[in-house]
Design a protein around this ligand. Structure first.
Ligand SMILES: C[S@@+](CC[C@H](N)C(=O)[O-])C[C@H]1O[C@@H](n2cnc3c(N)ncnc32)[C@H](O)[C@@H]1O
Length: 274
């Protein structure tokens, strides 16, 4: 048995190392399909042909978009998630620019029609300085008038009655590997930070590995993210309650808080949105 430790940076990397190969197996294909259609519609409405996904994980959603003809560049902090993404690309016979990077300091020598930050990745930035750095890096990556899509956890729907102890996953892969993920969370008294903890056990035959990840997640509310985006020069364009076509945002029930914002154009003004 090996324990992967319990501190932030290195443990986070090790936790993703433990689960990266199985991550896509956890994904719900129905949810993935809906997300793909939602993003495709959004891209069509706003004339988006290319995008950078700044926390692309295993590139699974992006791969679907790439198959539809969009040019997607992927970056992620975890080398193991990127390794799995590259393997998926090879298997699909596609090519894309994928690499390891931190969204707070990400620079790519070109501009994009859109920046994507999906699946709670932005909530990982719990310190105001990190949020500012990331939003500046997103502005830098966008062409004038480009679009930012942030997909956040809608904490407002459950933060007052959190289910802090639960089994997240009991999963068996086709090769017989067994994965159990147990979640036990916590919040600070003012409920501005949610501490997500996962205990993960992976069994392959007689080999059992135990990993632990603890990540403070920033509890974003609609007003707070609106202010943070406006401060960094973005204009709010759309709100959604899920990455699903037509899912209106409802504070107390929506699973997600999806915000679409626009960078100013060359003249410093905002273009009209369709
Ligand atoms: C919950 S996963 C979501 C992955 C993918 N966006 C999706 O929706 O399937 C969060 C991802 O954010 C990445 N991540 C966390 N902090 C990051 C940072 N500062 N810069 C880039 N990626 C980061 C993690 O490595 C992980 O792959």
């Amino acid at each position: 048995m090996r324990f992967s430790g319990a501190s932030s940076g290195a443990a986070h990397r090790q936790w993703y190392r433990a689960i990266a190969d199985h991550y896509d197996g956890f994904a719900n294909p129905v949810w993935m399909g809906r997300t793909e259609v939602f993003l495709d519609r959004l891209f069509r409405r706003h004339g988006i042909g290319n995008a950078v996904d700044v926390a692309c994980g295993t590139f699974a959603i992006d791969l679907r978009l790439a198959k539809r003809g969009y040019e997607i560049v992927g970056r992620d902090l975890s080398p193991d998630m990127i390794r799995v993404g590259r393997r998926a690309l090879r298997m699909a016979g596609l090519r894309a620019d994928l690499g390891v990077a931190d969204m707070r300091t990400l620079r790519v020598r070109r501009k994009f029609d859109a920046v994507l930050c999906l699946g709670t990745a932005f909530n990982y930035l719990a310190e105001p300085r990190d949020v500012r750095l990331a939003l500046r890096s997103f502005r830098h990556l966008l062409r004038p008038g480009g679009l930012l899509v942030l997909d956040l956890t809608n904490f407002d729907a459950f933060i007052d009655r959190p289910m802090n102890v639960r089994t997240e996953m009991d999963y068996r892969t086709s090769d017989g590997t067994r994965i159990g993920i147990f979640g036990f969370n916590d919040q600070n008294p003012s409920k501005t930070v949610h501490i997500a903890r996962f205990l993960t056990v992976v069994q392959r035959g007689r080999d059992i590995r135990i990993g632990f990840d603890e990540a403070p997640l920033k509890v974003w509310r609609k007003e707070g993210i609106a202010r943070a985006l406006a401060r960094e020069g973005f204009r709010l364009v759309e709100w959604w309650g899920d990455l699903r076509v037509g899912s209106q945002y409802r504070r107390k029930t929506s699973p997600r808080l999806v915000v679409v914002a626009c960078a100013p154009d060359r003249t410093g003004k905002f273009r009209e949105t369709p």
